[in-house]
Design a protein around this ligand. Structure first.
Ligand SMILES: C[S@@+](CC[C@H](N)C(=O)[O-])C[C@H]1O[C@@H](n2cnc3c(N)ncnc32)[C@H](O)[C@@H]1O
Length: 215
């Protein structure tokens, strides 16, 4: 199943991103972001390093699930390492809804998408507690290295499920060095509890993946 296998090699490599203490009142928003274990915006520049393709090739990872003309979501898009690849895959007739909770990540992603001539098929959306308005006609959702940063995974999966068309799929990838096997399993249980079905799972030292589908 597209590089997935089931219930195998469940080892724990998990550590959490450390919280960073508050420094100034004027930076309250960024401090809050760090306190909540959210990837700091400047990390966005590191995450779009082209050498990352050697470890995590967006075409190989996402290609099996994305076709031309689809409406897809890149949830927690950062500065767009996967967003731009998704935009190429859906083509000019498709759409990528790129969601992030940090405006600076979205700004970086938009800048890169303009340079690549792909901005017209990408909709940047700032996430809020109600879920950024991604509608209810989504064919595919990529949640890549983001679920461990969310305050409430069950709430996230529930909102994503509402947005997914019947038969749509949601790919969760988490980094093995941040997320223990136990925590990963807990997230996937949260997805199951809102009615998403696990159709593929892969775990190894470096990363953890689950492919979910609407029933
Ligand atoms: C580790 S980065 C991964 C970025 C991108 N998916 C990648 O792999 O390059 C996690 C991203 O998720 C975003 N994020 C964290 N919490 C979020 C939330 N509640 N809603 C939307 N995005 C969120 C962060 O701002 C950050 O850009």
């Amino acid at each position: 199943m597209d590089g997935f296998h089931r219930e195998s090699d469940r080892r724990s490599h998990g550590t959490r991103i450390p919280a960073v203490a508050a420094r100034t009142d004027s930076k309250r928003k960024e401090v809050q972001i760090m306190a909540d274990h959210i990837c700091p915006w400047w990390m966005g520049y590191l995450l779009v390093n082209p050498f990352r393709r050697l470890l995590e090739n967006p075409d190989k990872l996402l290609g099996p699930y994305v076709n031309r003309g689809m409406t897809v979501v890149d949830y927690g898009c950062g500065m767009g390492f996967f967003t731009l690849a998704l935009a190429r895959m859906v083509g000019p007739e498709g759409k990528v809804l790129a969601v992030d909770v940090q405006q600076k990540m979205l700004d970086g992603m938009v800048k890169r998408s303009r340079r690549a001539g792909l901005a017209d098929r990408i909709v940047p959306l700032l996430a809020d507690s109600r879920g950024a308005g991604i509608g209810d006609a989504v064919d595919f959702i990529a949640a890549l290295h983001v679920v461990h940063e969310l305050p409430d995974a069950k709430n996230f999966f529930s909102r994503m499920r509402e947005a997914m068309k019947p038969g749509a799929r949601l790919l969760v990838v988490e980094p093995g060095f941040h997320v223990s096997a136990k925590d990963f399993r807990a997230s996937i249980e949260a997805a199951r509890s809102v009615g998403l079905v696990v159709v593929g799972e892969l775990e190894n030292g470096r990363r953890r993946r689950a492919l979910l589908q609407t029933a």
